[in-house]
Design a protein. Structure first.
Length: 284
């Protein structure tokens, strides 16, 4: 496995792979890798000949007062995990490599970025879309791999790639969960033992909603009330939203129809947690 700290280095490695006729897979991450990231790397290894993983904590997707400074950066551990699971190259740039001067050019995906987390993290998806555009331009992958847990991020990136005619395919991999249902996240390590136990209420609320939809309930007000009933079992959870939205546009619905995204976001202590499930209405 080769490690590149500069744009020139990673482009040279990818160019060599391309000259050898190899397809390029890309897993963009902020590091602090866990089993969810491993699943993305493994999917890339299965589907591509040359796999690049990026490790970059992107400052432009953090808002004022968010956890940019304390976001975990266990570089040696991350590199070992990438090596163990078959990555061919790691791109681990510093901040000035990615943003050498004041950034004046931004990629904003309207509408899809505005509901759900967009209401609570203004500017976040502009930062995500911009850094992903930069990374796609730098690495030039055939396939890029993202996790379903970050459903709104996935929707933003898919729309961006389609609208800008970027020459790559986005592959969405299933959410990886702990045995008790908690979605894996690098931020889970912020949770106290008590908060870690309580965090499973989010997945229970999603399962309640999914069960109701599969049983034929389409009234979103009734579905979300049931979600809130479950979430209220943990008074410490500060709910940001419990939503039933169109899975592609993310427009919130009054009646569940088609493919719907059932999503929850909330805070336990200082930790922001998000999770979702996708349900096909009428599918059993």
């Amino acid at each position: 496995m080769q490690i590149a700290a500069t744009i020139t280095e990673i482009r040279a490695l990818v160019s060599q792979a391309r000259k050898a006729g190899r397809t390029v897979g890309f897993v963009p991450t902020m590091g602090a890798l866990h089993a969810g990231h491993v699943a993305l790397i493994q999917a890339a290894v299965e589907q591509c000949d040359f796999v690049v993983v990026s490790l970059f904590v992107n400052p432009t997707q953090f808002g004022p007062g968010e956890d940019f400074e304390k976001y975990p950066r266990p570089l040696d551990q991350d590199l070992a995990l990438c090596r163990a699971h078959g990555a061919d190259a790691v791109f681990a740039p510093g901040r000035t490599e990615m943003y050498p001067r004041q950034n004046l050019t931004w990629v904003s995906v309207e509408k899809v970025s505005e509901p759900l987390c967009g209401r609570f993290r203004p500017g976040h998806f502009r930062g995500v879309a911009t850094v992903c555009t930069k990374l796609f331009s730098i690495v030039g992958p055939d396939l890029a791999f993202f996790g379903q847990k970050d459903a709104q991020q996935v929707a933003v990136i898919q729309r961006m790639v389609a609208d800008l005619n970027l020459p790559l395919e986005i592959v969405v991999c299933p959410t990886v969960r702990e045995p008790d249902g908690l979605a894996l996240s690098s931020r889970n390590q912020y949770l106290s033992p008590q908060e870690r136990k309580e965090a499973t209420v989010i997945y229970r609320a999603l399962c309640r909603a999914a069960g109701l939809i599969r049983a034929g309930e389409t009234d979103v007000a009734k579905i979300t009330e049931q979600m809130h009933e479950v979430l209220r079992q943990v008074p410490a959870l500060r709910i940001e939203y419990a939503s039933v939205a169109d899975a592609e546009s993310l427009a919130e619905l009054r009646q569940a129809r088609g493919r719907v995204l059932v999503a929850v976001a909330g805070r336990l202590g200082s930790t922001r947690l998000i999770d979702n499930v996708v349900v096909d209405v009428g599918a059993h």
